[in-house]
Design a protein around this ligand. Sequence first.
Ligand code: SF4
Ligand code: SF4
Length: 558
Amino acid sequence: MPTFQLDGKELEFKPGQTIIQAAKDAGIDIPHFCWHPSLSVAGNCRICLVEVEKAPKGMIACATNVSEGMVVYTNSPKAVHMRNAVMEFLLINHPLDCPICDEAGECKLQDYAYKFSIGKSRFDEEKNHKDKRVELGPNVMFDQERCISCSRCIRYCEEVVGDPQLTFVSRGEKVTIETFPGKQLDNPFSMNVIELCPVGALTSRDFRFRARVWDMSHTDSVCVGCARGCNDEIWVRDNIIKRLIPRENMDVNEYWMCDHGRLDTYRFVNDETTRVNSPMMREEDVSADNDGLRQVDWDDAIARVISELKNYKAEEIAFIASPYSTLEDNFVLQRFAKEIVGTDNIVYIPNIQGEDARMLIRADKTPNSTGLNLLGIEPINMKFIDKILSKQIKMVYVMNDSIGRLERTDEIAKSIEVAVLQISNFYEHSRKATVIFPASSYAEINGTVVNFQNRVQRLRPAVASLEQERLPGDFAVSRLDKFGAHNDRWTKGMRFNTRPSWKVIQQMAKVFGNDFGYVNTEEVFDDIAAKVPAFAGMDYESIGKLGVTAGQAEAVTA
Ligand code: SF4
Ligand code: SF4
């Protein structure tokens, strides 16, 4: 491989690479605002100016190809002077309103101002004032004064989404961005411009002013909005999710996620009005105000389900597994159905809507139907529904789903004598259940899901529930960690009285004399890896932050 020198270090480069790319490959970050690895090169912010030996002027690292033997300095007096001058220029009209800016704490301009600016300006005149509150679209707010005209947002819409909705208007100090006449920034991926924007010019209308980034912790997770399983970070303050943002995984979602995934997959976790916060049980003497359901403790609810299970023959009992739940929850449910109850009546309800989008969004609106197929759990079919309608199946145990998603719901509901629900939130019809177990949501548990590419990915607890499992590898980090002031999400805020579904099912198995013996979720996964060939050889460590692909071996049941 050819080589060049960067700040005295000999680095290899691939022919055709620019200085900034070759440095990045070597783990060296040259300051940049307008450059982004997924976008075309604009070369307009100039902060990446470097000194190149024998070149008469500074060169921008994002648009200068490396050549054999080239000698580049990013920290020579000349390079530092050029960077300082660019910072002074960019800050001339910048409002410096960091104390009220959502981006503060994660802003490139702020970081570089601390690192590279001389800390004073020669500009004594009145700053240029512009509109600070432009609604670019339903989800994105624009502050014109903060914009440094890097054009990342414009190029993203054109080049990544393929929907050019933004453009520059005017010139010089008057320049700003706008949507085209009569258009809004409303593509399904519009909110990615928020993280792309290197300053606080583009902010989330959902998250604006709701928390400072240094008051929150963030945990690596996976979006559960569809079968893509975009890697994301869950940001939490006082045990309440404040925002989801994408996490880079070049094999799954690159740098992006869709607006639906960001906005619609966290609110139900926070929603005190719909969260199930106690086991509930139907009793005839309880007032109709409460739909006949009474709050009970865990032991009473479990005892009631066990007694109902004993009232029916194995073939009269059915289990609805969940493509919204983890492999671990579904595997333990499957073991319970087969080994304890002795029935093969276990299926799941698919959720396919429309077609796969050109970018990210999948027609399969569940995060784990692939995982269920690999476990050998099949989608529900007419034969199964007929068994319910003809009352051959009399008791149904539904984990993290709703039979309301089936056609002929009312007929099906009337045919069922006993319905046990293990759910995180109430929904229409759920109050007709015989017993309800409060289930921890995806944001409160450890576990794995398998996306449409067969990629096994980890969920981690970002929010604490009353009975929290904490594995040694669990981590949430905060912007304050670097100052040693870790924001411990486990000690603050309200907690729901929920349990991971597999733990409740194991507790029931124990009463039947067959304790599966799992101490934590990781042990459940280890058992899956031992019994299901598709997952052979995997463990939580090998899945890591970015996931691994499950083998193509034929699925077998536990
Ligand atoms: S709004 Fe942000 S991303 Fe768009 S041009 Fe301005 S600084 Fe760049
Ligand atoms: S594409 Fe799917 S997985 Fe990705 S953010 Fe959107 S809903 Fe979530």
